[in-house]
Design a protein around this ligand. Structure first.
Ligand SMILES: Nc1ncnc2c1ncn2[C@@H]1O[C@H](COP(=O)(O)OP(=O)(O)OP(=O)(O)O)[C@@H](O)[C@H]1O
Ligand SMILES: O=C(O)C1=C[C@@H](O)[C@@H](O)[C@H](O)C1
Ligand SMILES: [Mg+2]
Length: 263
């Protein structure tokens, strides 16, 4: 049986190269990185192609390499601009390959790229122009993708497992898997936020220790609860009971943590 082609698309920094390499190792198939092949074809780095030959020359080579990539038996990581040209969109759509969009909000992907300084467009463009580019590309990625996988706050290994579950699933469950992919992202965000809350609780404990204040301050707790119920009263997905139960848990955890530090 021939090895199918799986193509990863998405904005720069989404993790197409890292996730693609990990996925290829896990599936024991070959890996083709479009950016890497462009550099080999031009015999220079991407920043040098942009600065010496210009973006249009880069895009010409990208289209040629993309034509080879869609026939590669294994995992393909594209460049972030693979949907910029209508002819590339057509190549991807007609490829018959399984196309996976690694989706993450712009700010999360940019944060990863800032230390690397390897993406010429990130250095050239203003914040606004960069945001516009992301907004223009997002629907294009979605238009060619068979599956969308949420990447935010997930390690590469988790994303790889999600991709494997997604491509091995039947078509009828793909929408359910995307909803679950989004829920998994929200869960990771929640845990990161709770960790941040506990960090603040540690600072409050230090403060209370310095000023010899009691851990439990009933007025403050009642006031927090009332304010949240009031602010979210019109929200169709937030019930009072939910606020009560979540706050009970958060306050219990916080009080225990403060007591450990104060007593
Ligand atoms: N899920 C992840 N968790 C943590 N770091 C990640 C993750 N995915 C990618 N990274 C890191 O983010 C940076 C950008 O990732 P990568 O080069 O794979 O992105 P890309 O989508 O291939 O970008 P480009 O379109 O520019 O080629 C790398 O340093 C990589 O190690
Ligand atoms: O988003 C883009 O246009 C680019 C992304 C990178 O993968 C490289 O292909 C290059 O830096 C351009
Ligand atoms: Mg890459």
């Amino acid at each position: 049986m021939t090895t199918p082609t799986i193509i990863l698309i998405g904005f720069m920094g989404a993790g197409k190269t890292l996730v693609g390499q990990t996925l290829a190792q896990k599936r024991d198939v070959g890996f083709f990185d479009v950016d890497h092949e462009i550099e080999k074809a031009a015999n220079k780095t991407i920043p040098n192609i942009f600065s010496e030959d210009g973006e249009a020359a880069f895009r010409d080579i990208e289209t040629q390499v993309l034509q080879q990539a869609v026939r590669f038996p294994g995992i393909v990581a594209t460049g972030g601009g693979s949907v910029d040209r209508p002819e590339n969109v057509a190549i991807l759509k007609q490829s018959g390959a399984t196309i996976i969009y690694l989706y993450g909000p712009l700010e999360d992907t940019i944060k990863r790229l800032l230390p690397e300084k390897q993406r010429p467009l990130l250095n050239q463009k203003s914040t606004l122009a960069f945001f516009e580019l992301w907004q223009k590309r997002d629907p294009l990625y979605r238009s060619v993708a068979d599956y969308v996988v949420e990447i935010v706050d997930k390690p590469a290994a988790t994303i790889v497992n999600e991709i494997i579950n997604t491509i091995d699933a039947d078509v009828a469950t793909k929408d359910l898997l995307y909803l679950r992919s989004q829920i998994d992202t929200v869960d990771r965000k929640l845990i990161n936020l709770i960790a941040k809350r506990m960090q603040l609780v540690d600072e409050v404990a230090d403060y209370k220790k310095s000023y010899h204040m009691p851990v439990v301050q009933k007025d403050r707790m009642n006031q927090m609860r009332a304010a949240l119920k009031n602010e979210f009263s019109a929200h169709s997905h937030v019930e009072e009971q939910m606020i009560d139960e979540l706050l009970n848990l958060l306050l219990k955890m916080s009080i225990e943590r403060e007591r450990e530090q104060l007593e």
